[in-house]
Design a protein around this ligand. Structure first.
Ligand code: GDP
Length: 425
């Protein structure tokens, strides 16, 4: 009986392929719970020849025996949420009794989106690359203690609460020269909020506590990635929430002592969307080759992702701050066919070598690479020796085993490795 909550999260800058791994491991869990982020996430799942993109709803929704909970750490845009619900129903997925929302989750208002757009356009060249979905302003209202929560929809004075927040936003918006027409989106939002009440609201901390006491297995699903964490990411080019394992505790109401396995998802290379430091970035033909082979374009925004070699100091950091117990390596197939592949084993910072991620990951951190022989086709059920050597180098550097190797987007293209933890070099 599993009395702990396992956590699955991104170990890089997001888009690692978390959706696919949750989908692969979801049959082992009775509850899948999202703990942070908003509809800027885009988890892509491909099975039986069909592609599904989820923004807010946990990736366990396609497994009939699984209950999916959107936790209090998530910010919800009711319009996007209900579109996802409609798309799932239209595709034949029965969500009845299988989708729950935490009452303490905050709602994204049309004025949050307007504030996001107004603030980002004022930043000009200093843009942080916001997805403009209103997520940052919603988290700001949460910490500012002004937010509008899912549970507020059950209160008699919900309209007054909404209007009070909108008036505050109007005052803020009047400070900006360029303000989008948010009123046009308000009716759709109010309709979606009414429909949101079709989905049961729960107190996630009590729900999950009872589930654990009943011996039900729980997986907490993260969005974005460790290096986008508001505290430990490459600030200020980060997201507005805690993407690390601790975020599962605050975003669901789970005590730290109840965390079990921590599964870190990483790609065989690195990508990053938007601005911010990226030591191993490839701005040459190789970067373009990886982008095309890996289809590295955002699933929510369509933006081309920046691509580069695997960064081991960054991965070690992710293993450290999250307490990752096992890794899943995604998209090894994207590097297939290269004569050689490179891995950044450490940085050179002001003439000193270091395997630690520094406070400032800017241009002073020069990546130092090791070159290894590449591998060929990965369509078989076994891992070729060159890829095994690549994996061994990673395991030695970070000290945890790579248990899942993904060799293609489909559920079926997954190889499980039965290995134990190596000692960190
Ligand atoms: P997430 O946000 O972490 O779930 O990642 P995304 O869904 O944004 O990006 C992952 C993309 O890679 C999706 O289009 C997946 O279908 C695809 N993908 C996942 N695993 C693999 C893999 O092993 N190989 C290839 N070629 N594509 C993969």
């Amino acid at each position: 009986m599993n009395t702990r909550v396992d956590v699955l999260l991104g170990a890089q800058w997001g888009d690692e392929g978390k959706g696919k791994v949750v989908d692969v491991v979801a049959p082992h869990y009775q509850v899948v719970a999202r703990f942070q982020g908003g509809p800027n996430a885009g988890h892509t799942l491909i099975f039986e020849g069909r592609k599904h993109v989820l923004h807010t709803i946990p990736s366990g929704i396609f497994h009939p025996g699984t209950v999916n909970l959107v936790g209090n750490g998530v910010v919800i845009d009711p319009v996007i949420f209900m579109k996802e619900v409609d798309a799932l129903r239209a595709g034949g997925t029965d969500i009845t009794g299988r989708l729950l929302i935490g009452r303490r989750a905050h709602l994204i208002l049309p004025t949050h989106r307007a504030l996001d757009a107004a603030s980002e356009s004022e930043k000009g060249k200093e843009k942080i690359g916001s997805t403009l979905k209103g997520i940052g302003p919603t988290y700001m209202d949460k910490t500012g203690r002004n937010g509008f929560r899912v549970g507020d929809l059950e209160l008699a004075d919900r309209s007054e609460r909404y209007q009070t927040l909108v008036r505050k936003h109007e005052r803020l918006l009047s400070l900006y020269p360029q303000v989008p027409d948010w009123r046009a989106a308000e009716k759709e939002w109010l309709d979606a909020v009414e429909r949101l009440r079709e989905i049961p609201f729960v107190d996630s901390e009590h729900y999950l506590d009872e589930a654990l006491r009943d011996g039900r297995s729980i997986l907490a699903e993260g969005a974005q990635g460790t290096l986008l964490d508001i505290d430990f990411g490459t600030y200020p080019f980060v997201t507005s929430s805690n993407t690390i394992c601790a975020g599962a505790c605050t975003g669901l109401g789970i005590a730290p002592t109840r965390i079990g396995k921590v599964i870190g998802i990483f790609k065989a290379y690195c990508t990053r969307v938007g601005s911010g430091p990226f030591p191993t970035e490839l701005t040459d033909e190789m970067g373009e080759r990886i982008r095309q082979a890996g289809r590295e374009f955002g699933s929510t925004t369509g933006r081309p992702r920046r691509c580069g070699w695997l960064d081991l100091p960054a991965l070690r950091y992710a293993v450290m701050v999250n307490g990752i117990t096992e890794l899943a390596m995604m998209k090894a197939d994207v590097l297939s066919g290269l004569d050689n592949v490179r891995v950044c084993t450490h940085y050179r910072i002001n003439g000193q070598e270091s395997t630690q991620l520094p406070y400032d990951l800017g241009p002073a951190a020069q990546p130092v690479y090791r070159e290894l022989p590449g591998w060929g086709d990965l369509s078989g059920a076994t891992i070729p020796p060159a890829l095994e050597r690549y994996i061994a180098l990673i395991e030695e550097a970070v000290g945890v085993p790579v248990r899942i190797v993904s060799t293609g987007p489909d559920r079926a293209e997954t190889i499980l490795r039965n290995v134990t933890a190596p000692a960190r070099a």
